[in-house]
Write a protein that binds this ligand. Structure first.
Ligand code: NAP
Length: 279
């Protein structure tokens, strides 16, 4: 186990930070990447507190040259890559009339094309190792949520991409999973940089709908938030289980919520069907 190498994106905070520490604790050589390595203080402290070592490197998922440099560097230094955790992502709050198309493109750039950039660069090495490609999506990749159209569209796109890729990758010995968190008490909501009172005041005809959402569903979400460390256990499960499910929810809440839409909550029925097409 100690020779196995995992690369995780977006480890400056939250789920990525917790997953990096948890992977290292369970014996993986963990390459913890950040788009800005000057923001690695919390990561370094968490690793020191847990008594583990991390291999900290720069990687901006939206920058193909940065992705290539990070993955080439891992191969040059370790000669292998056994797993990738696409964790980096960013939330966005808004609805059709108050988002520009460029706003939506930016959300897709980080949450969808960023995942593709990393996965494409990693896949030859994961084929060589018989490795794992794990992507943190969201319950919002299954259930569309009001005022999160762009974010949910990006996460739906990732889910569709990975669900389609999974049987093909499986045929070549690479396991593909998506990890679907419900709310996690991380920097995620703070990083969106929202002041809800200002948003509601500026929402015009959408003000009542937004106010109702914030005082109802959003309040419920916040009260059911997991810690990043708890959610990271599901990433670890996808990393270490003998045959991980395609879909892994991070909590009972997330399983129930995705279950309002999915008949195939762990993805095994679809994978059973589509793997047969390429077997
Ligand atoms: P977080 O604390 O905001 O962490 C997001 C991480 O992504 C940060 O390290 C951030 O780095 C990084 N990142 C953003 N853009 C990047 C880029 N271009 N290149 C590389 N890294 C980049 O939020 P989190 O909750 O841990 O989010 C982790 C994942 O869980 C995301 O994919 C998110 O969509 C998903 N998720 C979160 C929740 C939730 O309630 N928190 C729920 C469902 C799904 P910087 O510090 O440089 O910004």
């Amino acid at each position: 186990m100690s020779s196995k190498v995992v690369l995780i994106t977006g480890t400056s905070s939250g789920l990525g930070l917790a997953a990096a520490v948890a992977a290292a604790q369970s014996g993986w050589h963990t390459v913890a990447t950040l788009r800005d390595t000057s923001r690695a203080d919390s990561l370094r402290k968490a690793a020191a507190d847990a008594g583990v070592e991390l291999d900290i490197r720069q990687l901006d998922v939206t920058d193909e040259a940065s992705v290539a440099a990070a993955i080439d560097g891992v191969i040059a230094d370790h000669g292998r890559l056994d797993a990738v955790v696409n964790n980096a992502g960013a939330g966005h709050f808004g609805t059709l009339e108050n988002d520009t198309v460029d706003d939506v493109r930016q959300v897709m750039e980080v949450n969808f094309f960023g995942v593709l950039n990393v996965s494409k660069a990693a896949l030859p090495h994961l084929r060589a190792s018989g490795g794992r490609l794990i992507t943190v999506t969201s319950v919002g990749g299954v259930v569309g949520q009001p005022f999160s159209e762009a974010y949910c569209a990006a996460k739906f796109a990732v889910e569709g991409y990975m669900e389609s890729l999974a049987p093909v990758a499986d045929k070549l010995g690479v396991s593909v999973s998506v990890v679907e968190p419900g709310p996690v008490a991380s920097e995620f909501f703070g990083n969106i940089g929202l002041d809800m009172e200002t948003e509601i005041a500026a929402a015009g005809p959408y003000a009542e709908a937004l106010n109702n959402l914030v005082s109802g569903f959003v309040a419920e979400l916040m009260s059911s938030a997991q810690t990043p460390a708890a959610a990271a256990q599901s990433v670890l499960k996808a990393l270490t289980a003998d045959r991980p499910a395609f879909r892994v929810q991070t909590s009972d809440w997330a399983r129930d919520f995705t279950g309002t839409k999915l008949a195939d909550v762990d993805g095994s029925a679809v994978q059973g069907l589509t793997r047969g097409w390429v077997a």
